[in-house]
Ligand binder design. Structure first.
Ligand SMILES: [Zn+2]
Length: 414
């Protein structure tokens, strides 16, 4: 698969070795990768604006108030009124956003040949996702409004705690109850590759009696692996694209990275990051929303912040907050990812496998962004950063390292 270029003794230069990889992505392939990912920057902005617009329409045409009125006709209990309002909101808001969702998540993916589903299968999966949301969102919203009524000043803090509980329970249950609704998970086959993965895991006391492979090729052609679950359900899974489209050294490099997430307790790290961002966001909302409602509530038929018809006000502010926080969220997550990269290089000892797989991710991630661009928009280190880290690792840890020039066309090899 790889051509080894013998270089002069002691001639391993990290920058040259990095360039050898980066230069394998040129011309139209690089342009397409850049266009796909850079387009995504705008999608973050337009996506937030689209959902703010949808929420504003619900206020402007007093639909949120109408949902609440239906709730009040059905029940006198405040939690039930909130639940019905939330349920109707959770059905109608996605309908308003449907054109946006179809464009960004189906047509755009298809345009860039990243999608392997037809429209009806894709839509079917969206409906399954919506059904799950229709169970969870009303429960969460009932809890948050109960807190708003009981603790008008400090509800944001309690609500952050409740969201934390929802996240943790969701993470424990997701691999067992949610993921199987979309994909089939099977134990990875026994054999030399699995033995090598287990040997790496054993070195770090990582339990590896279960390694799952799932059939994500039916959804898209991206290579991917993840750590999911929590406590008794935590596991490492890899998708069939990774298993079938890449070499053993690449798979091992990816598994080293995932073991890093596991061993470094990144699940908790990610939960902590999100709770900090949600918590500060809810605090801001708790201070701003009452003022907005005092000013405009009458024309929206929203009484005050305890009124569930105020839900779109809260979600508008939340969308704006998450948009502003995008660079912070990305950077905090990218930090954890970079730690997992470093762990993975030490664990798998496959710097060239890691570099190759980092290049392959250019299918959907810009390979060589500017420094600021990477800081703002990347939730994983860029391909260039990863290849450079791998080559540095190689320089530091391999005796007599050689510059590897990947074979032409390896990036589009199926
Ligand atoms: Zn990762």
């Amino acid at each position: 698969m790889l051509d080894l270029l013998a270089t002069a003794a002691g001639g391993f230069d990290v920058e040259t070795a990095t360039r050898a990889y980066l230069d394998t992505l040129q011309g139209p392939a690089r342009a397409q990768s850049d266009a796909y990912f850079e387009g995504g920057y705008w999608l973050i902005l337009w996506g937030a604006l689209a959902s703010i617009l949808a929420d504003w329409l619900l206020l402007r045409f007093r639909l949120a108030a109408a949902f609440r009125n239906i709730g009040e006709r059905v029940s006198k209990r405040r939690w039930a009124v909130t639940g019905i309002t939330a349920l109707l909101y959770s059905i109608v808001a996605p309908i308003l956003l449907l054109p946006w969702t179809i464009y960004t998540e189906f047509f755009r993916e298809q345009q860039y040949s990243l999608m392997s589903q037809n429209f009806s299968t894709w839509a079917g999966e969206q409906l399954v996702g919506l059904a799950i949301e229709l169970i969870i969102a009303p429960l969460l919203i009932i809890a948050i409004y109960a807190l708003i009524r009981r603790a008008p000043k400090s509800w944001w803090l309690w609500a952050t705690g409740v969201i934390g509980v929802f996240m943790l329970v969701g993470m424990v249950l997701a691999p067992v109850f949610v993921s199987p609704l979309f994909n089939t998970y099977e134990e990875m086959e026994q054999g030399p590759l699995r033995d090598r993965i287990e040997a790496v895991a054993a070195k770090y006391d990582i339990p590896a009696e279960h390694i799952y492979v799932f059939d994500q090729s039916k959804q898209h052609k991206r290579i991917s692996a993840n750590v999911s679950g929590l406590g008794p359900t935590i596991r490492i899974s890899l998708n069939d694209n990774l298993l079938e489209r890449t070499s053993e050294e690449e798979i091992l490099a990816v598994m080293g990275h995932e073991m890093g997430h596991y061993k470094l307790d990144h699940v908790w790290w990610i939960v902590g990051i999100y709770l900090a961002i949600f918590g500060t966001g809810l605090f801001t909302i708790s201070r701003v929303a009452p003022r907005l409602i005092a000013r405009h509530g009458q024309k929206w038929d929203v009484r005050d912040i305890t009124d569930p018809a105020s839900l779109p006000v809260l979600t508008i502010l939340f969308s704006a907050w998450m948009l502003v926080m995008t660079p912070a969220t990305n950077s905090l997550v990218r930090w954890a990812e970079s730690e997992a990269d470093a762990f993975g290089l030490d664990a798998a000892q496959e710097p060239d496998g890691f570099a190759k797989v980092a290049m392959r991710l250019s299918e959907y991630r810009k390979i060589e962004p500017g420094l600021v661009e990477e800081m703002l928009f990347f939730d994983h280190p860029s391909g260039a950063t990863r290849v450079r880290m791998a080559m540095q690792w190689k320089a530091d840890n391999v005796t007599d390292p050689q510059v590897v020039i990947p074979e032409e066309g390896y990036l589009d090899a199926e």
